[in-house]
Design a protein around this ligand. Structure first.
Ligand code: ADP
Ligand code: ZN
Length: 527
């Protein structure tokens, strides 16, 4: 990069104001573009230091910077931190009273403000007009993936941000996010109407993370206790899907002599901030939390993140697991998952009131997540490819990379039988009856009409537990899907082309265990 006086100034600010020695990763490249007045999109991992990418140019360029941020809590954290180092920053959000807002706005208009944080919905109102009348140095859009319905956290309020281009002509705009796959990136550029944007995408690799995923057996909480115990006395986070889940896990850990706290949105704000404070200060404390915990929590020595229930999407997974090992020392990410988690996630989406298009994206993301969890691809490699990285080497340390060879069993024959049975039964039959049909059972769920189909009884030699695994795998894989009534779903074949590839033997189903030998006991977690 050619020497530039502005970059020298940026470096000086980094040291004087923030007390950091050098820029990290792509920070310098991003800052250099913004200083030149260029539009840019920066995709940097959590903890990558995105905020400095706009804060430092805001201190150098004349005028006040506008930072669009979706969460009041994040805004106030950043504003407080900035004020502490003597930067003139304020926020304008709905939680503030009229006077405080007016004062902040007036100060900005008088040119006495370096950064002004606003919510996206705030910009939809007359506020935007007032801001447009003042001297603006740059506009930063934080969590920019929220603008895209291909992203994992689409927020309709973000759509209005496309107008920024006309409202603030000539003002450089910087979009930043930690998670955006290729499609989401393109959409951010289009929605925000960035002009000739510079694109900065950091590698998503986190070499110090050892990742694994395992099917939930019977005792999920007991398994979590076992995993935590095996790591002995270090700080970690256990994510659970429900408030009760967080409390159950915390109690079980306490009973096992491991200091643990629950954290969820149902607790008083005071209790929450006290627990968060303890987690940051104390060593060896395990936080059992819903996803309400973690945003803006910057504890470098978190040694593990365990998902007692699976995350919502791969984006969420990477963000949550990314809270482990920020100090660069080894850390573990372990996810537990089961087919009922996937079914629940799909049905929530179905029942939600998002527009049809958004639902379809969410359903795809759910399936991609479970295909990843249940898949046989290097964990870190799979995530990096998901985020659009090419030429990715296997990590060599995850459960998949270290699995003993010979563990993969070809279950394609069973998969073919299952998919043909679904088709023969008209894609109208539930999973339980399909298994009975394949096993040729004439007892409980016997259906005379279906028994005339050629698939009746073809799978006699596979025990029920084996069929359960095959159906799980096909559902995770997306070869089969649940359709019709959500409470009593029938199994369907969503993609005829994929099914034909399976019948031709071009697509296979590999499983880690030999299903023909499966017994009726719950799957044992691998340690
Ligand atoms: P992000 O928003 O990308 O998750 P932040 O901007 O909150 O990350 O930065 C994460 C942490 O890293 C913060 O504590 C921040 O002060 C610190 N940080 C940022 N840039 C640097 C740097 N160049 N050197 C050292 N620490 C940095
Ligand atoms: Zn690997």
């Amino acid at each position: 990069m050619p020497p530039s006086p502005q970059l020298d100034e940026a470096r000086a600010i980094l040291q004087r104001v923030y007390g950091f020695k050098a820029f990290r990763g792509l920070q310098e490249d991003v800052i250099s573009d913004v200083l030149e007045g260029r539009d840019a999109l920066a995709v940097l991992p959590t903890g990558g230091g995105k905020s400095l990418c706009y804060q430092i140019p805001a201190l150098i360029r004349p005028g006040c910077a506008i930072v669009v941020s979706p969460l009041i809590a994040l805004m106030s954290d950043q504003v407080d931190a900035l004020k502490q180092v003597g930067v003139r920053a304020e926020r304008l959000d709905s939680s503030m009273d009229f006077n405080a807002r007016t004062e902040a706005l007036n100060a900005a208009q008088r040119g006495e403000m370096d950064l002004l944080y606003v919510s996206p919905e705030g910009l939809g109102t007359g506020l935007a007009q007032r801001l447009a009348g003042m001297d603006v140095s740059l506009i930063a859009v934080d969590e920019a993936h929220c603008v895209s319905q291909w992203g994992h956290d689409f927020r309709p309020d973000y759509r209005a941000l496309g107008r920024l281009r006309e409202l603030f002509p000539g003002v450089p705009r910087l979009a930043v996010t930690a998670t955006a796959d290729t499609r989401t990136r393109d959409d951010i550029l289009a929605q925000l109407q960035l002009t000739d944007p510079a694109l900065h995408v950091a590698s998503f690799d986190r070499p110090n993370l050892t990742l694994s995923a395992e099917p939930k057996g019977g005792g999920r909480t007991a398994r979590v206790v076992q995993l935590v115990k095996a790591r002995g006395g270090v700080s970690g986070i256990v994510y659970a899907a429900t408030r009760k889940g967080t409390e159950d896990v915390a109690e079980a850990l306490e009973r096992a002599g491991i200091p643990a706290l629950a954290y969820h949105a149902g607790l008083d704000a005071e209790v929450r901030s006290e627990r968060q404070r303890r987690f940051l200060l104390e060593e060896g404390l395990v936080m059992c939390a819903t996803v309400a915990f973690g945003m803006g929590v910057d504890k470098p020595d978190v040694r593990f993140v365990i998902h007692a229930d699976p995350p919502k999407t791969l984006e969420a997974y990477w963000q949550e697991v990314g809270r482990a090992g920020r100090d660069g020392e080894p850390a573990d990410g372990i996810a537990l998952y089961g087919p009922s988690d996937m079914a629940r996630s799909l049905s929530w989406t179905h029942q939600g009131d998002a527009p049809e298009e958004v639902k379809r994206v969410q359903l795809t993301k759910t399936r991609q997540l479970f295909a990843f969890l249940n898949g046989d691809e290097c964990r870190r490699g799979a995530v990096r490819r998901y985020f659009g990285e090419e030429k990715v080497e296997p990590c060599g340390v995850c459960d998949v990379c270290t699995a003993e060879p010979g563990q993969a069993h070809d279950a394609t024959r069973w998969a073919q039988m299952a998919v043909s049975a679904v088709i023969r039964c008209g894609q109208k039959v539930g999973r339980g009856r399909l298994v009975l049909h394949l096993m040729g059972t004439t007892k409980d769920g016997f259906d005379e009409q279906l028994s005339t189909q050629s698939t009746f009884g073809v799978g006699k030699d596979l025990p029920k537990a084996g069929w359960d695994r095959v159906f799980d795998a096909l559902l995770f894989d997306g070869m089969l899907a649940e359709g019709g009534d959500l409470m009593r779903p029938s199994i369907i074949v969503p993609d005829g082309e994929a099914a034909r590839a399976l019948f031709r033997g071009e697509r296979t189903l590999m499983l880690r265990e030999d299903v023909a030998a499966a017994r009726k006991k719950p799957a044992k977690g691998r340690s």
